[in-house]
Design a protein around this ligand. Sequence first.
Ligand code: GUN
Length: 281
Amino acid sequence: MTLIDGKATARAVRAELKTETERFERETGKKVGLAVVLVGNDPASQIYVKNKIKGCEETGIRSFAHYLPEDTTQEELLALIEGLVADENVHGILVQLPLPRHLDEGEVLKAIPPEKDVDGFHAENIGLLALGENGTVACTPLGVMELLKRYRVELSGKHAVVVGRSRIVGRPMALLLLNADATVTVCHSRTSDLKEQCLRADVLVAAVGKPRLITEDMVKKGAVVIDVGMNRTSQGLCGDVDFENVAKKAAYITPVPGGVGPMTIAMLLKNTVACARRKCK
Ligand code: GUN
């Protein structure tokens, strides 16, 4: 069994990006810039945002952090985004989700134009992905693909099963695997035979947010198991996969933490550099 080390892989990606941002600066006289917007006090979001800013520092990206109070109005948030869209120094805009309930997430995300949409959430970027023409792709599924690539996991002709159909992970993940010539099955909360579907997987991606949903009896021997779950339980952080037991059957497996998580931020930084490059070609 090979343990897929997301932490080390993310570190390698960041080192490559540092070289890229230095070259960008030499060639254009500008710094790559990322704006990060956090509304409210959600503790998990605060940690994610802090790590995103730290990632910027490590890769030579100039970060513009905007911390807004919980009671920010839709108009105030849209006005901030409008300013960031117009700002030449900002190549990417990220609004941390989830937003407080009184704000309209769809309208906020629409305010970020596709060329500054480093999250890959804009309909145009999702449309390009659905057409098999990569625009900017959502960071978490992109991080999974990067891990599979760097660990030389063959996808062409393989059966990939994605558990979860969220906009942030499951859907774009399924499209990326399809674009890589895998045969793709998407399972979700209404799937009637989850175990049978999972047992067919050469590559199994769990992205549902249910602690230890995927057990040993649901995994084929020699499968590649990718755990996107980040569940905070009374015993600490755990994934969607029962790691200890599934690891005995898998050929490759990602741990939680230290698997997909660190890759998400590395891909955000990569998307930011790509947006800057496209703008300043
Ligand atoms: N919240 C959880 N994951 C993400 C992500 O990838 N991007 C943003 N903006 N918010 C998130």
